[in-house]
Design a binder for this molecule. Structure first.
Ligand code: BGC
Length: 517
C-alpha cells in the first residue's frame, strides 16, 4: 500500500524576542538561506573571547538553583494537585476541567474489526487504518501529514477541510479502484482523535474549550468540532461516518489497557502534556443529572496541562522568569501553565532563553553573530536530547549543532556547560511531570497495589533518561512504594486507541447501552 506524505513548508515563526533589550554579539547581517559548512577544533579561537571556566561554573550553580526541584516541593505540588483534580470533577468549568470522555469502562481485549482513525495532534495530522484482531493484537497502516505554522492559525473550518482532504486522499489510495472510485463493502467507522480540551456531552460531540500547543485557529473555540469536521466531510464527499471523538490521552489509556491490563493511567509527554484515567461515575458529581449508573466507570480526560493556570499559585516557588516570559509571549498568556514548564514545545525555548540571557550578560558567544539563536523557538527541544546524548568525549555532536544551525563556535567548556543546562531543564520537566501522575495515584488509591502508566509522546519516547528521572521523582514523592508506579511506552493511542474506542462505542450502541451519549 502506498502512503502520501506532505512535508512542512518551513513557514516563518513569529518575531524575535529579547529578555532584556539589545544583545551583545548580535549583528545585522541578513539571514542566510544556505546550510553553513563547519569545522571542529579543540583549541580556543584567538579572535573571539570564549566563556571562562570559572564563570561558567558560577553560572551553573545559579541555574542549578533555578531549575532544581526538591522532593519536599514535589510533595507539596502533588498535594495541591490532588485538590485541583477533585474540584474539576465536582464543578463544571474549572481550570483543570476533568472532562468526562463518554468512554465506558475498559476494553475486553476482544474488540475486532476494521476502523479508520484521524489524529490531529500538536505537530502532525495522521490518518490510520487499524485492523483490530482481538487478544490485544492489531495492524496499522498510516499516513502522516506535517502541519504548517500557517495551518495552525488559519480559519478553523479550513483546518477541518484539510483534515477531510487528507482523509479522502488516504481512502482513495487505500480503498479506491484504478479509477479512484471508492467502493466500501461495509461502512468503516472513523474515530477522530482531537487532542485539545473539549467539553463533551456525548462520544461524538465536542465543544473546543480552548486551543493549546500554539494553535490559534479563529472561530473554533466554543464550537462543536465534530460538527465542523462533519461539514468538511460533506464538502469533500468523504464516504465515512465519524462515530467517536476522543482525546489522545483517552485513546492511549484504552490502547494501553488493551495490551496490558494493569494500566490505570495514561499520559502524553509530547508537544503538550496531559493524562487520562478511569473514574467511577459516582465520583463525578458534575454529571449526576445524566442519571448514569454510579457503579460503572467512565474515562476522564484530565486536561491537567492547565494546572496552575491564571493564578500561578501552586508552582510559584519553582516557576522561573523564563517560564513567565514564554507564557506572556505565547498566543495564550496565563493558560497551560504546567504544560509550558514541561512539554516538548517549550523546553528548547527555555534553554534558548537562558543562552540569550548569558549573551546579554556578556558571558557567552562574545564577538560572534548571535542573530540565529535570538529567533524565538529556533532551539528545538530535540536539540536538548542530542546534547544530553552526545556520545563523544569532545561533544562533537554539540559542536556540529551550534555551527550548523546557528553559525556559532563553541569550546569544550561551553559544550559541557550546555550539557549540564540541558540536564537541568530536562530533569525539571521529568520531575514536575511526576506530580500529575502522583496526584492521580493518590486520588485513586493506587499506591498500595501499584499500577501501570501508559506513556507516550516525543519527550517520553525520545528524551534520554526522561522515564528514569520521572520514576526517581515518584520515589521522592512516595518513598520506596513509588517504585510500584511504573510508566511504560504506550501503544499508539491516537490510532489504535481511537479504533478500539470506535469498536467499543459501536458495541455499546448496538446493545442500546446509554445510546444517548
Ligand atoms: C492538550 C491535550 C492533549 C495534550 C497532549 C494538550 O495541549 O490540551 O488535550 O492531550 O496536549 O497532546
Amino acid at each position: 500500500m502506498s502512503t502520501t506524505v506532505v512535508k512542512s513548508d518551513g513557514a516563518p515563526r513569529r518575531g524575535s524576542i529579547s529578555l532584556s533589550g539589545k544583545r551583545r554579539g548580535s549583528g545585522t547581517e541578513k539571514m542566510d538561506t544556505h546550510i553553513a559548512s563547519w569545522h571542529t577544533r579543540t583549541h580556543l579561537h584567538e579572535d573571539n573571547p570564549h566563556a571562562r571556566e570559572e564563570d561558567l561554573k558560577k553560572l551553573l550553580e545559579r541555574y542549578t538553583k533555578t531549575f532544581t526541584i526538591t522532593p519536599q516541593r514535589l510533595k507539596m505540588i502533588t498535594d495541591n494537585f490532588v485538590g485541583v483534580l477533585e474540584k474539576g470533577l465536582e464543578e463544571p468549568e474549572q481550570t483543570v476541567p476533568m472532562l468526562p470522555a463518554y468512554v465506558f469502562g475498559w476494553p475486553t481485549g476482544e474488540e475486532v474489526g476494521s476502523y479508520l482513525a484521524l489524529d490531529l495532534g500538536g505537530t502532525n495530522l495522521r490518518v490510520c487504518h487499524v485492523v483490530l484482531k482481538g487478544k490485544g493484537k492489531f495492524e496499522v497502516t498510516q499516513s502522516k501529514f506535517r502541519l504548517t505554522e500557517e495551518q495552525k492559525q488559519q480559519e478553523g473550518q479550513l483546518l477541518f477541510d484539510f483534515c477531510a482532504e487528507c482523509l479522502n486522499t488516504f481512502i482513495i489510495d487505500h480503498f479506491g479502484d484504478a479509477n479512484g472510485d471508492v467502493i466500501l463493502e461495509e461502512e468503516i467507522a472513523l474515530g477522530f482523535t482531537f487532542s485539545y480540551p473539549m467539553q463533551q456531552d456525548a462520544i461524538d460531540h465536542g465543544k473546543l474549550i480552548r486551543w493549546t500547543k500554539g494553535f490559534g485557529n479563529p472561530n473554533t473555540e466554543g464550537r462543536d468540532c465534530a460538527a465542523m469536521f462533519r461539514q468538511s466531510l460533506e464538502k469533500f464527499k468523504v464516504p465515512i461516518k465519524m462515530t467517536s471523538l476522543i482525546n489522545d490521552t483517552t485513546g492511549t489509556l484504552i490502547a494501553s489497557n488493551y495490551v496490558r491490563q494493569d494500566t490505570r493511567i495514561a499520559c502524553i509527554f509530547g508537544t503538550g502534556c496531559n493524562a487520562a484515567y478511569m473514574e467511577h461515575i459516582g465520583n463525578i458529581p458534575k454529571i449526576k443529572s445524566l442519571g448514569l449508573p454510579d457503579d460503572e466507570d467512565m474515562a476522564i480526560n484530565c486536561e491537567y496541562g492547565a494546572f496552575d493556570s491564571f493564578t500561578h499559585e501552586h508552582m510559584a516557588e519553582v516557576r522561573t522568569k523564563y517560564d513567565e516570559y514564554i507564557d506572556l509571549h505565547s498566543n495564550k498568556p496565563h493558560e497551560q501553565t504546567y504544560e509550558k514548564m514541561i512539554a516538548g514545545l517549550y523546553l528548547g525555548e527555555i534553554f534558548r532563553l537562558v543562552m540569550c540571557e548569558m549573551v546579554d550578560e556578556g558571558s557567552l558567544f562574545l564577538g560572534q553573530n548571535t542573530y540565529k539563536i535570538e529567533k524565538p523557538y529556533s532551539f528545538d527541544t530535540a536539540f536538548l536530547s542530542l546534547i544530553e546524548s552526545d556520545p563523544t568525549e569532545e561533544l562533537l555532536t554539540v559542536t556540529g549543532l551550534f555551527t550548523h544551525f546557528f553559525g556559532l563556535d563553541t569550546t569544550i567548556v561551553e559544550r559541557k556547560f550546555f550539557r549540564e543546562l540541558a540536564k537541568l531543564i530536562g530533569t525539571r520537566a521529568a520531575r514536575l511531570s511526576s506530580c500529575g501522575i502522583a496526584a492521580l495515584v493518590i486520588k485513586m488509591g493506587y499506591l498500595e497495589e501499584g499500577c501501570g502508566v501508559g506513556a507516550d509522546g516525543s519527550l517520553y519516547s525520545k528524551y534520554p533518561g526522561f522515564a528514569d528521572r520521572l520514576h526517581q521523582a515518584l520515589v521522592d514523592i512516595f518513598g520506596e512504594k513509588g517504585k510500584k508506579i511504573v510508566t511504560y511506552q504506550a501503544e499508539d493511542g491516537s490510532g489504535v486507541g481511537s479504533a478500539i474506542i470506535a469498536a467499543m462505542t459501536k458495541a455499546r450502541k448496538e446493545a442500546g447501552k446509554y445510546a444517548h451519549v
